[in-house]
Ligand binder design. Structure first.
Ligand code: ARG
Length: 572
């Protein structure tokens, strides 16, 4: 919430005791047309409580509410109470607030003392890291940064898919195709090739499937040879994942994958049984969810082996005990919506009062020319290929500029383009993957925002202020000058004013794209300001005001880019 909105809400509340300050602040909007005011209180909700027409309420407010230092004048129009702010005062206050504590802008204490668990990325072992995984990784990473900014302690968990019958298949595939391949030549791609081959051959020869099942049983029983192979597959996979995470600058606090919960599964099953929740169905064990219009949640297969959901139940109970979380967030693709609904319900049926702290954050699918990615068919765009192509293209575009750290920069810009593109749509939207869109350096893209940031840096560098501003300098910013009130300058200030609200919304809706899109808004408003207002003018008062706006923009872009996991280079 912006300070100004809150201050105005407080003030209005003294005339509307029927409402709380928070309720009023929640109602206050930004009028789409600045000629109608800087803030607007729609009086329709108040109308029901106060038993007067919205327009009557707006008019009464207009006569009563006078004399606030931040408010110049007000109007009552069509049931709205609109306020014209003392723009210079509001703007100077905001900019000074940002420059005095750059890292604290848009932060809050709502999360102080509270823990949030975020389960993100969580790829499956022995399958390559593809563009689909990027979404979970980057949405989760952004949610992590956003929550940390709001004061929460975040525990990032990579719930690796390191258990399940596919490891039996992989062991058979290794024995069939892999024993002659030198160990250090085996990459995740090799594992994938074996896996794809296994599936092709198993179509002709179903006995292979039985063999795979029996190897998985061996693995479950701790067989030494099976365990060794499994560990090796895991290591080969982890090496590749780590390389990606390093490139993407993403970290985790725990890599406890599915296998971590193996020894906790019997306890979970016993507890389900004690609570009378289990039903036997043709040898399988399940929890009936018919009363909730859902298919049953499978707990044990006919052969007694556990399932994905069984392991998720165990993991959630473990996390609740270990972290006492305020929220436990799961970031996966939308095809898993039912899976999460089912086992969240089972947790509720088990009587755990924290069941409503479990949140699934689904996202739309990435498709390739209309086709879904499928590892089995080997039809994937590998993230590594995508990134190296993007970097190559970025290098081409930037080749004319003599930049000292060209390679590092091309990585920051190239990866930034991919990540920004990924986070710029509402997360539920399906993405049709196209190299061209990701690599488009014009329009509403990461490089555009990065370039705007670079521009703020170069202006400040010229003014010898890039390294930051002293308290004396900040104190020189005049709060009474028409330079604040000019259209492009104030429109830009309004975007900065909204930043804290956007961060809050992004956290409430678990939707990082709110920040991504707002960064575009700020960058566009900044570029408009830059093209219409000369910054390094002779008039010192005006120069300081404009430089302070540029510095506030620089800071806000840096904060926002960092939140969504995109680098902010100072030159490009
Ligand atoms: N490994 C799963 C996949 O790649 C995602 C796991 C998500 N986390 C969880 N606790 N189920 O689809």
């Amino acid at each position: 919430m912006s300070d100004t909105k809150l201050a105005v809400a407080q003030w209005i509340q003294s005339f509307v005791p029927e409402m709380s300050v928070d309720q009023l602040a929640g109602l206050i909007e930004y009028p789409p047309n600045p000629e109608l005011g800087d803030l607007s209180l729609p009086c329709f909700k108040l109308s029901k409580i106060m038993r007067k027409s919205p327009q009557q309420i707006a008019e009464t407010l207009q006569t009563q509410a006078v004399g606030h230092p931040l408010v110049k004048h007000t109007i009552a129009i069509n049931g709205y109470f609109n306020l014209f702010l003392n723009r210079a005062g509001v703007a100077a206050k905001l900019v000074q607030e940002i420059l005095n504590a750059p890292l604290r802008f848009a932060s809050s204490t709502e999360g102080t003392g509270k823990k949030v668990v975020i389960d993100y990325s969580s790829p499956n072992i022995a399958k390559p890291f593809h563009v689909g995984h990027l979404r979970s990784t980057m949405i989760g990473n952004a949610l992590r940064n956003i929550h940390e900014h709001l004061g929460y302690e975040v525990i990032g968990i990579n719930h690796l898919g390191d258990w399940g019958t596919q490891f039996g298949k992989l062991i058979v595939a290794y024995h069939t195709y892999g024993t002659s391949v030198p160990v250090d030549e085996v990459s995740i791609q090799t594992l994938l090739d074996w896996y794809v081959k296994f599936h092709d051959d198993a179509k002709e020869n179903p006995a292979l499937e039985d063999e795979a099942r029996s190897w998985f049983t061996k693995l479950e029983n701790g067989d030494e040879a099976a365990t060794k192979l499994w560990q090796w597959f895991k290591q080969v996979s982890m090496d590749e994942f780590e390389r990606m995470y390093k490139k993407l600058d993403v970290t985790f606090d725990s890599y406890n994958g599915e296998s971590f919960y193996n020894d906790q599964l019997p306890g979970v099953v016993a507890s389900l049984r004690d609570k009378g929740l289990l039903r036997h169905d043709e040898g399988a064990v399940l929890v009936d969810l018919e009363a909730f219009n859902m298919p049953p949640c499978l707990i044990l297969k006919k052969d007694g082996s556990s399932l994905y959901a069984t392991r998720d139940l165990a993991a959630a109970i473990y996390r609740a005990q270990t972290y006492a979380f305020e929220k436990c967030i799961y970031v996966t693709g939308s095809p898993q919506i039912l899976h999460f609904q089912q086992w969240f319900k089972v947790i509720e049926m088990m009587g755990f009062d924290w069941h409503n702290k479990l949140l699934h954050v689904p996202f739309g699918q990435v498709s390739l020319g209309g086709e879904k990615f499928s590892t089995r068919k080997g039809n994937v765009v590998l993230l590594e290929d995508l990134i190296s192509q993007t970097i190559a293209k970025t290098k081409e575009i930037m080749a004319g500029r003599a930049l000292p750290n060209a390679d590092e920069l091309a990585e920051q810009v190239g990866i930034g383009a991919v990540v920004f593109g990924d986070l710029s749509h509402n997360r539920m939207k399906d993405i049709v993957f196209s190299w061209e869109d990701m690599l488009n350096f014009e329009g509403e893209t990461g490089p555009y925002v990065q370039y705007s940031y670079v521009r703020t840096c170069s202006i400040l560098r010229k003014a010898e202020l890039l390294e930051g501003m002293s308290a004396e300098w900040i104190a020189m910013i005049s709060s009474e000058h028409e330079a604040w009130e000019e259209g492009p300058a104030f429109a830009l200030i309004q975007e900065l004013v909204r930043f804290p609200e956007r961060v809050q919304q992004a956290a409430d809706k678990l939707e990082p794209s709110i920040i991504t899109r707002h960064l575009i808004d700020i960058a566009q408003a900044f570029n408009h300001f830059y093209h219409t207002s000369q910054i390094l003018v002779d008039d010192e008062v005006v120069r300081i005001i404009r430089l302070s706006i540029v510095a506030a923009v620089k800071n806000t872009l840096a904060l926002g880019l960092r939140m969504i996991g995109v680098a902010a280079p100072e030159r490009m």
